[in-house]
Design a protein around this ligand. Structure first.
Ligand code: NAP
Length: 263
C-alpha cells in the first residue's frame, strides 16, 4: 500500500533507537523527510546513517538534531531548521518506576514536563501551520499504562493521562476540518533498551535470572512475544498516511492482546 506521504516532512522525537527509531524508519521507507532528535549525538548520528540507508528511492533527507526535546532550548534547535512539519511524532524517555510516597514535587514536574508538556509544546508549535496547509498528522507515543495503569509507573500513568485528555480535546477542535489528525499510539511491551532495563530491574528485585523474568512476561502476553520497533513504526506510519485521515482523537493500543478489556 502506498501511504501517500512521500515528500512530506516529519519530526520524530526520541529517535536514535527503540520505538522512535522504528517510526522514523517506517517513514523514510515511505519517502518522508525526517528530522530526528535524541540527546546522545553519537547514537543519533549512527541512526541517521542507518535511516539514510533504509530510505525510499526518492531519497528523502534525514537530519539529526542532538538535543533534549523536553527543554525549550532543545525545541528551539529543532525549529531553527525552519521546516514546516507535516508529521510530528512526539516521544521522550518514560519516567522512572517507584513508589508514589517517594516522589516529591520536583519528580512530578520532571514527569509532567517530559510526558505531557513537551508534546503539548510541540503540538502548539506545529498544528496551526498544518491546518493552514491542509494536512497534518501528530502521533504521540504514550503507553498502554494510560489504559491499564501499572502501579509502579505512577508518574507515567499520571502525566500521560493528562496529555491524553488534552489531545482528546484538540483533536476535535476546528483543526479537524482542515486535514489534521492527532492520535496517541500506546505501546505495550516492545523489545527495546527501555524494556530490557525494566526487566533487569524486575529480575534483581525478584532475585531471578533475566531470561526467566522475560519468559514470564512473554507468557503473560496473548501473542506470546514482545513487539518489535519495526511493527510499531509501521502502525505509526499508517496513522500518518493519507488513508488515516478519518482516524482522529484515538488511543491506538499495540500490546499483543495483553489488555483484557472488551474495548
Ligand atoms: N518499549 C516499551 O515496551 C514501552 C512500553 C510502554 C511505553 N513505552 C514508552 O515509549 C517511549 C519510548 O520507549 P523506548 O522503549 O523506545 O525507549 P528507548 O529504547 O530507551 O529509546 C528512547 C529514545 O528516546 C531518546 N530520548 C530519551 N529522552 C529524550 C529527551 N529528553 N530528548 C530527546 N530524546 C530523548 C533516547 O535517546 P537519548 O537517551 O540519547 O536522548 C532514545 O533515542 C518511552 O516514553 C517509554 O516510556 C515503551
Amino acid at each position: 500500500m502506498d501511504l501517500g506521504i512521500a515528500g512530506r516532512t516529519a519530526l520524530v522525537c526520541g529517535a536514535s533507537k527503540g520505538l522512535g527509531y522504528g517510526c522514523a524508519e517506517a517513514l523514510v521507507r515511505e519517502g518522508v523527510n525526517v528530522v530526528i532528535v535524541a540527546r546522545g549525538a553519537e547514537a543519533l548520528e549512527a541512526a541517521a546513517r542507518h535511516l539514510a540507508g533504509a530510505a525510499a528511492a526518492s531519497a528523502p533527507f534525514v537530519k539529526p538534531v542532538a538535543a533534549d526535546i523536553t527543554t525549550e532550548a532543545g525545541r528551539a534547535a529543532v525549529f531553527a531548521l525552519g521546516h514546516d512539519f507535516d508529521i510530528v511524532v512526539t516521544n521522550a524517555g518514560g519516567p522512572p518506576p517507584g513508589d508514589f510516597r517517594d516522589w516529591d514535587r520536583a519528580a512530578w514536574i520532571r514527569a509532567v514536563d517530559a510526558n505531557m508538556l513537551t508534546p503539548i509544546e510541540l503540538i502548539k508549535a506545529t498544528v496551526d501551520g498544518m491546518a493552514a496547509r491542509g494536512f497534518g498528522r501528530i502521533v504521540n507515543i504514550t503507553s498502554s499504562a494510560v489504559k491499564a495503569p501499572i502501579d509502579v509507573l505512577g508518574l507515567s500513568n499520571g502525566a500521560r493521562s493528562g496529555l491524553t485528555g488534552f489531545v482528546a480535546g484538540v483533536a476535535r477542535s476546528a483543526i479537524a476540518g482542515k486535514g489534521v489528525t492527532l492520535n496517541n499510539l500506546l505501546p505495550g511491551a516492545f523489545e527495546t533498551d527501555r524494556l530490557k532495563m525494566t526487566m533487569v530491574g524486575a529480575a534483581q528485585k525478584a532475585g531471578k535470572g533475566l531470561d526467566a523474568v522475560m519468559d514470564q512476561r512473554r507468557r503473560g502476553i496473548p501473542a506470546g512475544r514482545f513487539g518489535s520497533p519495526a511493527e510499531f513504526g509501521a502502525i505509526c506510519a499508517f496513522l500518518c498516511s493519507v488513508h488515516a485521515g478519518y482516524i482522529n482523537g484515538q488511543n491506538v493500543l499495540a500490546d499483543g492482546g495483553a489488555y483484557t478489556g472488551t474495548f
